[in-house]
Ligand binder design. Structure first.
Ligand code: SF4
Ligand code: SF4
Length: 135
């Protein structure tokens, strides 16, 4: 089973298109919607996690490309601003995926974008606004 976390941006004419339904039904993918911003007359944005066989993922992404949906890896929309971080570790226990971990020797945190599911739990907790989700 492979996974990809993506941010999809699509024009108004595709807002009504049952994209997630097709990904599930026609491409045999599990679709987990992490965030969504959709309004009928504006551009839509979906932050999703797709899971399935590698070949199914490829076919699903090909389908999105054919629709001319803009696809970006989710990691681009999540930022840890290291220069603002004081390594206070407040966020560490809040992170459900261990995207933020602390090195017990140095007591410094590190951030792994690829583990982040953009749940947002760390954002209000950070006193220094050192984590951003650009969505
Ligand atoms: S947004 Fe959620 S998953 Fe990502 S680093 Fe923050 S708490 Fe962890
Ligand atoms: S809560 Fe903010 S300042 Fe504290 S360790 Fe996490 S990212 Fe750094």
């Amino acid at each position: 089973m492979a996974k990809r976390r993506l941010v999809l941006t699509f024009p108004p004419k595709l807002v009504e298109e049952p994209i997630t339904y097709r990904l599930i039904k026609d491409y045999d993918l599990v679709v987990n919607i992490l965030r969504a911003k959709i309004s009928p007359e504006e551009e839509g944005r979906l932050m999703i996690e797709l899971s399935g066989e590698k070949s199914a993922l490829k076919r699903g992404v090909d389908y999105l490309n054919r629709l001319k949906v803009n696809i970006q890896p989710l990691a681009r929309d999540i930022r840890w601003l290291e220069e603002k971080c004081t390594h206070c570790t407040v966020c560490v226990s809040l992170c459900p995926t261990e995207a933020i971990v602390v090195d017990r020797n140095s007591m410094k945190i590190s951030f792994n974008k690829n583990k982040c599911i953009a749940c947002g739990a760390c954002i209000p907790a950070c006193p220094y606004k050192a984590i951003e989700i650009l969505f």
